[in-house]
Write a protein that binds this ligand. Structure first.
Ligand code: NAD
Ligand code: GLY
Length: 361
């Protein structure tokens, strides 16, 4: 086991550490330290389990913790209440009590489902995030947003519920398909755009080596991303205001994901195209210069990401989907826009005609 970085998300009595390193999965030290009862349920999926379940099972066996596993089907389309119910059914059938711990072993889909199940089982049991995609290591495993999709909207059912710890083992990224690595890089680039101009520059300098899976650079990118996210979450855990900046590109992106059907455009791909749309509107408003678009498009393209939305989504479809998004309040669509690289803000005070121009296919 090698821990490159240990960060703390400082949320008072809900504080927790994020461990970032290599060979963390097979080492019992961290998991044991964060399991307080005598039982655990590992939640994983049919792709991740064959790769990494053994290692986690072994750790629990060595620690003499009674364990169960539930292996869900792989895919965003299974991020549903039905999956949550299957977890609850198993917990009850196998008589897990309030001191049990759920271990989310997988990407953001598994983390969101398992975290939500943990938040409602017997009014809340502990859970540990073991994110195995870049996207989940830099974003979804940190900050306590858990939940599932509804056919009428993404992430419409959920809860804020913080994990006991996050274990980000960089080695797991070695088996990740290139397209998924790119999707994670979209969220990494997002941090540079919203609050960290220095990191954006670092990414421009290091993207080629990140794509070659340089482990130290990946650990560094995960660390800075988590640090940036933690700083925002610590100030606004329940998204009363500031936290919404983490959603740069997401209003547009969620519309793309929803209209195209869950799973067709990856979340990170939709966010990449959505961030360019947010930049387009910010340029139309005169808040940023064209060079922000050029640098962002170049970096996203280098990371293997789309920089344009699909052509077959109408303005009406965007507006309809965006108006039921959680960031819409009283029918007004709040958007995250930019004043500069590293300086995002949330506003509903933009010109509606300019928004229509940005949305025009
Ligand atoms: P994902 O969980 O679907 O994982 C992507 C694919 O990679 C899946 O096929 C998965 O089985 C596979 N996989 C996972 N780890 C692997 C590994 N190490 N090797 C090989 N294959 C592996 O997708 P994701 O991008 O991790 O997460 C996207 C989800 O996260 C979306 O549902 C999104 O809404 C959610 N999300 C949540 C938050 C939050 O704050 N809770 C933030 C961002 C995104
Ligand atoms: N991914 C956005 C958030 O955690 O708030």
């Amino acid at each position: 086991m090698h821990i490159n970085h240990r960060l703390e998300v400082d949320l008072g009595d809900r504080s927790y550490p994020i461990y970032i390193g290599t060979e963390l999965l097979g080492s019992g030290e961290i998991i044991k330290q964060h399991i307080h009862g005598r039982s655990a349920l590992i939640v994983s999926n049919s792709t991740v389990a064959p790769l990494y379940l053994d290692a986690v099972q072994q750790v629990l066996d060595n620690a003499e913790i009674r364990r169960d596993e539930i292996i869900l089907k792989d895919g965003e389309q299974y991020k549903t209440m039905a999956s949550v119910e299957s977890i609850i059914d198993l917990l009850l059938t196998r008589r897990h009590d309030r001191r049990t711990t759920l271990i989310a072993l997988g990407g953001g889909v598994i983390g969101d489902i398992a975290g939500f199940a943990a938040s409602i089982y017997q009014r809340g049991v502990n859970f540990i995030q073991v994110p195995t995609t870049l996207l989940s290591q830099v974003d979804s495993s940190v900050g306590g947003k858990t939940g599932v999709n509804h056919p009428l909207g993404k992430n419409m059912i959920g809860a804020f519920f913080q994990p006991q710890c996050v274990i980000a083992d960089i080695n797991t990224l070695n088996t990740l398909p290139a397209r998924e690595l790119s999707a994670g890089l979209a969220e990494v680039i997002k941090y540079g755009l919203i609050c960290d101009a220095e990191f954006f520059k670092w990414l421009e300098d290091n993207m080629a080596d990140l794509l070659k899976l340089d482990q130290d650079l990946l650990a560094q990118a995960v660390m800075v991303s988590c640090q940036d996210k933690a700083k925002v979450v610590e100030q606004d855990e329940r998204e009363a205001g500031l936290r919404a900046i983490l959603n740069l590109g997401h209003s547009f992106g969620h519309a793309i994901e929803t209209v195209k059907g869950y799973g067709n455009w990856l979340h990170g791909e939709a966010v990449a195209a959505g961030m360019v749309m947010a930049i387009d509107l910010s340029i139309r408003e005169g808040w940023i210069d064209e060079d922000v678009r050029q640098r962002t498009v170049a970096l996203l393209q280098q990371a293997g990401l789309p920089v344009r939305p699909p052509e077959d989504i109408s303005t009406g479809q965007y507006l309809e989907t965006m108006s039921i998004d959680k960031k819409a309040v009283d029918g007004k669509i709040n958007l995250v826009l930019l004043r500069a690289i590293g300086d995002a803000f949330v506003t509903a005070d933009y010109n509606h005609d300019k928004l229509l121009q940005t949305l025009a296919p």
